[in-house]
Write a protein that binds this ligand. Structure first.
Ligand SMILES: [Zn+2]
Ligand SMILES: [Zn+2]
Length: 130
């Protein structure tokens, strides 16, 4: 089961929910999971191409992604594929400034608020999903 986190700013009214971790379907990620969780059609096609063949190992997990430039946070499914000698992992770009985002652990008080850039983010586990 995955966790639902609520992040909120200690200085402004910014608040967001993020789903991280693994749901039931994540243990054996197939085309259904990818089609429902990856918004970009282009990225879906890329993943399906890389998954072809009998020896592809596919792993999926939802992670919190953060933009290093503007601090924007998103929850995205990251998929990693090892297929023979080739390996691939999904990359996400910030919708605001187009910089590559990196997966981060949501540690309370560690990240800066993407809205006011003054406060730190409080993190609270509010539920689970599967
Ligand atoms: Zn704030
Ligand atoms: Zn950004």
């Amino acid at each position: 089961m995955g966790d639902t986190l609520r992040i909120s700013c200690t200085a402004c009214s910014f608040e967001r929910e993020l789903r991280v971790g693994k749901g039931l379907l994540y243990s054996k990620p197939g085309s259904y999971l990818i089609e429902s969780e990856i918004p970009s059609k282009q990225m879906q096609i890329k993943l399906f191409e890389r998954m072809e063949g009998p020896c592809a190992e596919v792993k999926a997990i939802r992670e919190a992604y953060r933009c290093e430039k503007c601090n924007r946070l998103m929850d995205c499914m990251s998929v990693s594929i090892v297929n023979g000698k080739k390996s691939y992992k999904t990359k996400y770009r910030c919708p605001r400034c187009n910089k590559t985002m990196s997966a981060v652990d949501m540690i309370p008080g560690e990240h800066q608020c993407p809205n006011c850039e003054e406060g730190k983010l409080h993190v609270e586990k509010i539920g689970q999903w599967d």
